[in-house]
Design a binder for this molecule. Structure first.
Ligand code: THU
Length: 140
């Protein structure tokens, strides 16, 4: 995997941010297991709550094009190291529990984390399987 390329694409993606309310631009670049890169930016709304983070924009673009397995995501803003919000971490968890996350300050400065580090003891699709609950003898 070429981390430098992913970092560049996240910085590029930030240019498209639609942020008239917060003025806080975020860009993300998501790498699929077969080497495709999806870019995403944050998109805000006058009624605020429909706002979509850059990370989820990239993930939803990918899933809507048939890609569901991701290796890494790079995230950047204009404000130093910006970490994904809790909602985005949960959406990452849905598809790729082993995801690598690059938090990018600029083209030359970034830090690597795993999703497991940022969302420990997570809840995911497997936890919904009824049989697992039976096996574990959990009653409800
Ligand atoms: N935001 C993201 O796009 N990703 C993050 O990781 C943190 C927050 C956006 C949402 C909103 O448009 C703006 O940043 C301020 O919260």
């Amino acid at each position: 995997m070429n981390v430098e390329e992913l970092v560049k694409k996240a910085i590029e993606a930030k240019e498209m941010a639609y942020v008239p309310y917060s003025k806080f631009r975020v860009g993300a670049a998501l790498l699929t297991d077969d080497g495709k890169i999806y870019k995403g930016c944050n998109i805000e709304s006058a009624s605020y709550s429909p706002t979509n983070c850059a990370e989820r924009t990239a993930i939803f673009k990918a899933v809507s094009e048939g890609d569901k397995n991701f290796t890494a995501i790079a995230v950047t803003s204009d404000s130093g190291y910006t970490f994904p919000c809790g909602v985005c971490r949960q959406v990452m968890r849905e598809f790729s529990p082993k995801l690598k996350i690059y938090i990018v300050k600029n083209e030359n400065e970034y830090k690597e984390f795993t999703l497991e580090e940022l969302l420990p003891h997570s809840f995911g699709p497997e936890d919904l399987i009824q049989n697992k609950l039976k096996d574990d003898k959990i009653e409800f």
